[in-house]
Design a protein around this ligand. Structure first.
Ligand code: NAP
Length: 282
């Protein structure tokens, strides 16, 4: 397949590019090489390349920053997504678009399904939901909602925890927000499976298993062999500009039913990540 990747220098974009180039022709653009909000340039490039598949990893992902940069959040996360869908349609390419668990309010008591009604609590979540709607106007699109994403090439919770531990020797992490930590490696395997077996539409695309940020932090330190004091905090003790969902567990039943794929448990994915990082640093 000929695959066009946006934001190939982002956390997910870097790993997506590396993974798919093994067996495909990948045409990858850094954020400065292809601005997804520049409709003219996007159209030009997509018409020139004529990809079979477009994987859009570009987004404004600074959740707190979106609360003050509302215009930019919507420009990229909604309008940019819409432009990618329009360009995909122009050449009949299938479109993979990445969205987020933050489209939900987190008030549920059971795992969210793709059919549940979204109710975002933040500008980031709202702008991503608006992007989903733009993308889903194109009938050959897949929206993959992921969560708590980390990989070797980005700024993420795993790296923040290890940095704070080194700098301060102790960290405070909330116990009352739960979700599905997900590695870029596992998300990419889900993208691959969906491209091979999925019907078009929305998929919940995270690792299996659910934990709090606090439990996630403790497992990070355990696997990294870092001895640090982890203090239990509540969300009220750690206020942030953007509201986060308290319960953010996504059901992967559809992925199993449609694609026959059960994602890796988050503990195993985190171990795989650390094994990779250790091997790279040898
Ligand atoms: N990270 C998470 O925890 C998480 C959770 C759920 C869903 N997601 C979704 O997963 C996807 C990948 O996220 P990620 O973790 O890889 O984030 P990331 O590392 O921030 O990558 C996103 C990339 O998009 C670029 N970008 C921003 N505006 C652009 C534009 N107009 N045109 C082209 N590129 C642009 C960013 O550049 P700049 O850095 O210069 O802005 C960045 O390189 C996103 O759709 C995100 O919403 C992420």
């Amino acid at each position: 397949m000929k695959i066009l990747v946006t934001a190939c220098n982002g956390q997910l974009g870097t790993d997506v590019t590396d993974y798919f180039k093994k067996d495909n022709e990948v045409i990858a653009y850094k954020d400065i090489e292809l601005d997804i909000t520049d409709e003219k340039k996007v159209m030009e490039e997509v018409l020139r390349v004529k990809p079979d598949v477009i994987i859009n990893t570009a987004a404004i992902t600074n959740v707190d920053g979106c609360e003050t940069n509302v215009e930019l959040a919507y420009k990229v996360n909604r309008d940019g997504a819409g432009i990618m869908a329009k360009a995909a349609k122009a050449v009949g390419a299938r479109l993979i678009h990445i969205s987020t668990d933050y489209v939900f309010d987190g008030n549920s008591k059971e795992p969210y399904r793709e059919t549940d009604t979204p109710c975002p609590q933040s500008v980031y979540g709202s702008s991503k939901l608006a992007g989903e709607k733009e993308v889903l106007k194109y009938e050959k699109s897949y929206v993959l909602r992921t969560a708590w994403l980390y990989g070797p090439h980005g700024n993420n919770f795993v790296k923040t925890m290890l940095r704070l531990a080194a700098e301060k020797g102790e960290v405070g992490v909330v116990t009352d927000q739960v979700g599905n930590p997900t590695s870029t490696f596992e998300l990419i395997r889900i993208i691959d499976v969906v491209l091979k077996k999925g019907e078009f539409g929305i998929y919940h695309a995270t690792c299996n298993g659910v934990c709090s940020w606090n439990e996630f932090a403790r497992e990070i330190f355990r696997l990294a062999g870092v001895n640090v004091k982890v203090n239990d905090l509540t969300t009220d003790q750690f206020p942030r500009p953007a509201k986060r969902p308290a319960y953010s567990n996504l059901s992967k039943e559809k992925l199993w039913k449609v694609c026959g794929y059960r994602p890796m448990d988050w503990h195993d994915a985190l171990k795989e990540y650390f094994d990779y990082v250790k091997a790279e640093n040898k």
